[in-house]
Design a binder for this molecule. Structure first.
Ligand code: THG
Length: 266
């Protein structure tokens, strides 16, 4: 499973002031910690500084992160101006987080993804709002994937996000995600799937437990990548184990190596 490390997000209480004050040391430590824990992409979200300051702040985040670690970033913003500026300073292949089938957003962001050949997170939503059931999400997802392919985006660069909502608000919310994952992988085997797993546990106690259970279920339904806190060793351990069980880890090499390297925790 590809890990998009989520901790450098300005909506987190401890991160917002650090980003506003351009605390380089804070960002470097988070980047180093998340890569040491297995992060493949580092999500960078500077939304709370406001739309005026966001482009320069996101650039500063990307340059600070990539000055410390040799990893690509996931540029977490709906602001095309911020994405465009950040792409200009980003080294390697970035991930763009995210595009939707909302017309204005699609038209602003699709050319950036196409021209820079980025990885692209595609959210299953359009101008009619957030789809609810798996059936509704699959219709929107198909529309979006087909539009992207028509505009020259390669299937392998698309990461379809089915949108994760809390199970505390609707008991079917987990099911909607799992059913969407299965349907997308069946219809488009070359498209990758991704989700922000921690959304599932909003409003519940001991959220980490719910997130871990959800990660395992999503892997079983065809999840390829996840936006997670890689510092959760127990979550990472369950992901290694689940991948071995699902035949995604030849001879359990990754699991055994993780154990040898002290990365597993029961
Ligand atoms: N899909 C896509 N992108 C996303 C999401 C998604 N980006 C944002 C989010 N969802 C995933 N990232 C985070 C980052 C941090 C936290 C949760 C999700 C987090 N939340 C604590 C909480 O809510 O309790 C904040 C506590 C704090 O203030 O520190 O840590 O679904 N494509």
């Amino acid at each position: 499973m590809l890990v998009v490390a989520e901790r450098l997000n300005s909506t987190r209480k401890s991160v917002a002031p650090a980003i506003k004050e351009r605390n380089t040391e804070f960002v470097i430590k988070e980047a180093n910690d998340q890569v040491a824990a297995g992060g493949d992409y580092l999500d960078c979200n500077a939304a709370t500084v406001g739309p005026e300051a966001e482009p320069d702040t996101l650039c500063w985040m990307v340059e600070t992160v990539q000055g410390a670690v040799d990893k690509p970033c996931a540029l977490d913003s709906p602001n095309a101006a911020a994405i465009e500026k950040a792409l200009a300073v980003h080294k390697g292949t970035a991930m763009l987080n995210s595009i939707t089938a909302e017309k204005a957003k699609y038209d602003a962001l699709m050319p950036l993804a196409r021209d820079h050949q980025t990885k692209l997170i595609a959210l299953a939503m359009d101008d009619s709002g957030m789809p609810k059931t798996a059936g509704e999400r699959i219709i929107v997802a198909r529309k979006l994937i087909d539009a992207l392919v028509g505009d020259g985006i390669e299937l392998r660069n698309i990461f379809l996000d089915p949108l994760v909502f809390p199970v505390s608000t609707d008991p079917q919310n987990g099911h909607h995600v799992l059913n969407t994952l299965r349907a997308i992988k069946e219809a488009y085997p070359q498209v990758n799937t991704i989700g922000g797993l921690s959304n599932v546990s909003y409003g519940l106690p001991e959220r980490f437990i719910v997130n871990r259970a959800f990660a395992v279920l999503c892997l079983g339904a065809g999840l390829d990548a996840a936006i997670i806190d890689p510092l959760d060793k127990k979550l990472r351990s369950l992901v290694y184990a689940a991948e071995a069980i699902l035949g995604k880890d030849d001879y359990c090499m990754n699991y055994v190596t993780a154990a040898r390297e002290g990365k597993l925790e029961r």
